[in-house]
Design a protein around this ligand. Structure first.
Ligand SMILES: [Zn+2]
Length: 142
């Protein structure tokens, strides 16, 4: 029951992600389901991810509710742990995250940080991603 509510709460953002998934599919992209999330790779949205965004530059993947849009299937696999944190954030905050995320980036920038790298929502995702890596991978990262 609680799990269903998380999907309902995040659904306005998920719907936006589904629209992007349809654009991807219509422009040669691939759709797959993984761990209760619709993953999208390739097509026109992938070109947008490669071009990048202000502050972050090119990104490998982007989460919108229960949809993760990736630059490629390989990018989806490599960013899965990180992007699942953003899925959990959408389950927690719902559509509010579309406002809270840029606000958090603005606060980070006002404090002298980078709006993307110092955004607490990104920090949470990076921390979880690092914790999930094996010790061998950890030592290679430094
Ligand atoms: Zn992120």
């Amino acid at each position: 029951m609680l799990r269903a509510l998380r999907y309902v709460w995040a659904s306005p953002v998920t719907l936006l992600g589904v629209l992007i998934a349809l654009v991807s599919r219509g422009s040669g992209g691939t759709l797959q389901r993984a761990e209760g999330v619709l993953e999208v790779a390739g097509g026109w949205p992938a070109r947008v991810l490669r071009r990048g965004f202000p502050f972050s530059g090119a990104v490998a993947a982007l989460t919108l509710g229960h949809v993760v849009v990736g630059e490629s299937l390989n990018a989806l696999a490599h960013t899965r742990t990180h992007e699942r944190v953003h899925v959990r954030q959408f389950e927690r905050w719902g559509v509010l995250l579309l406002v809270l995320y840029p606000l958090a980036g603005l606060v980070a920038w006002i404090r002298g940080g980078n709006p993307y790298h110092d955004n607490p929502f990104e920090r949470e995702a990076r921390t979880t991603e690092l914790a999930a890596r094996s010790p061998a991978e950890h030592s290679r990262m430094v």
